[in-house]
Ligand binder design. Structure first.
Ligand code: PMT
Length: 397
């Protein structure tokens, strides 16, 4: 199955309507396409479906109480609000919609909706008379104005015996619409080439010089660019990550291999993102047999590798070139110097040498610099940062 929601974190809010019985199937289908799902239930929702069912299908504990000390100790409500890439409320009752529009925070779900920076989607489900009521319609209009997505409702037979609009959309339809929200289309038709991961510079058949790049940042950018509609090629050093779907991935080992692959693929590219931690030097001589432990010291002579991003920036028909600067000190000054020396259009400066951001971590923080401006990105998941960067790059093209 196509993993269209791979790495997406969805907070599913379940409110108290008969359609709540479909929420378990919705969780299953969201997970089938790669999403991680956490469930928040209102008190009334628990009358229709048990938290145990939702825990079993989501694989995560269910959240239902704003003032639960144990839940707060594990993942507090603000943390949960930040964790989500999307808050999806399905089913959303007329009462919940009214409370959301009113900006209330009188239970866990409404509090999360107020606190989250994520996109909010509601899938209304209610009696057709309640749906048609002008009070509900005014509330739905207010949601549209607040950029809350409203999916549905569908028309048809209702649990109460009425016929008309008010049925929650089927889980398959909801999943398709959720996927479409993430596919922003900002890079539709653009060709993007990305390097990711480390390179390995062999000393002998079994030893090499390398670094701690995991490839997570570059792979996240490949996924984000693909979701934004770009045709993406990823040139990857040796990493332990699953290949992103719908992305042409070329595996390489050394900086010279990476250089050759990039130069082969660069023609007609609109954007080049140089995320790889490329070794600046390689061994001048690579021993054909394993080096023996014969002397107390061993001198290895190194020579310069090609600077891939600088070579791309020199091309006559050059794409928009974005480099990364991995710095342990003087982040912005060094990043600016790299941008000027390598003639980059944009540089993403990130602090490395710390445990929680940079190399091999799940999160990153960055300051992006370009000729006339800069933008800060506080610490967030690499997936989220990748989507923000894609948005920024798209706005500069
Ligand atoms: O892979 P992760 O574990 O997710 O970690 C992500 C990261 C920290 C590796 C990434 O965010 C990052 O900072 N990548 C750039 C690492 C790096 O090599 O930085 P640098 O400051 O040494 O190089 C500056 C730029 O020149 C980079 O865009 C680099 O790709 C490029 N370069 C460097 C040397 C070289 N020979 N050729 C190049 O193209």
């Amino acid at each position: 199955m196509e993993q269209r929601l791979l790495n997406k974190q969805i907070l599913l809010g379940v409110t108290g309507g008969i359609a709540a019985y479909k929420s378990a199937d919705l969780v299953r289908r969201l997970r089938e396409v790669g999403a991680e799902v956490r469930v928040v239930m209102t008190e009334k929702a628990k009358e229709f479906i048990t938290p145990l069912t939702m825990q079993a299908v989501s694989g995560n504990p269910v959240h239902d109480d704003l003032f639960d000390v144990h839940a707060e100790a594990a993942m507090g409500h603000i943390e949960l609000a930040r964790w989500a890439d999307m808050v999806l409320v399905a089913p959303a009752t007329a009462d919940f919609i009214a409370r959301l529009v009113g900006g209330e925070a009188n239970d866990l779900l409404t509090t999360l909706c107020l606190a989250t920076p994520a996109v909010i989607v509601v899938a209304p489900a209610m009696n057709q008379g309640m749906w048609k009521n002008t009070l509900t319609q005014d509330n739905v209009q207010a949601l549209h104005q607040k950029k809350v997505h409203v999916f549905g409702p569908a028309e048809g037979n209702q649990a109460c015996g009425d016929v008309g609009p008010g049925r929650m959309l089927e889980p398959t339809e909801l999943v398709t619409r959720v996927c479409d929200v993430f596919a922003t289309g900002r890079l539709a038709g653009r060709r993007v080439l990305i390097t990711a991961g480390p390179t390995r510079e062999m000393m002998d058949p079994v030893r090499y010089i390398s670094n701690a790049s995991s490839g997570k940042m570059g792979y996240a950018l490949a996924v984000a660019a693909q979701e934004a509609g770009a045709v993406v090629t990823l040139v990857s050093g040796p990493v332990h990550l699953a290949k992103p779907s719908h992305v042409k991935t070329i595996d390489v080992v050394s900086a010279e291999d990476m250089f050759a692959a990039v130069m082969h693929e660069i023609e007609n590219c609109d954007i080049f993102l140089s995320v790889a931690a490329v070794a600046d030097y390689r061994c001048k001589k690579v021993a054909t047999q394993k080096i023996k432990k014969e002397s107390e010291t061993l001198l290895v002579e190194l020579e310069r590798n090609p600077d891939i991003v600088a070579e791309v920036a020199k091309l006559k028909k050059k794409p928009y070139v974005i480099g990364f600067a991995a710095e342990t000190e003087n982040l912005l000054v060094n990043a600016k110097t790299k941008m000027q020396q390598k003639k980059l259009d944009m540089v993403v400066a990130n602090q490395v040498g710390q445990a929680d951001v940079g190399f091999d971590s799940d999160d990153n923080a960055a300051t992006v610099l370009w000729d006339v401006g800069q933008k800060e990105f506080a610490r967030m998941s690499k997936q989220k940062l990748a989507r923000e960067l894609v948005e920024l790059i798209a706005s500069k093209l």
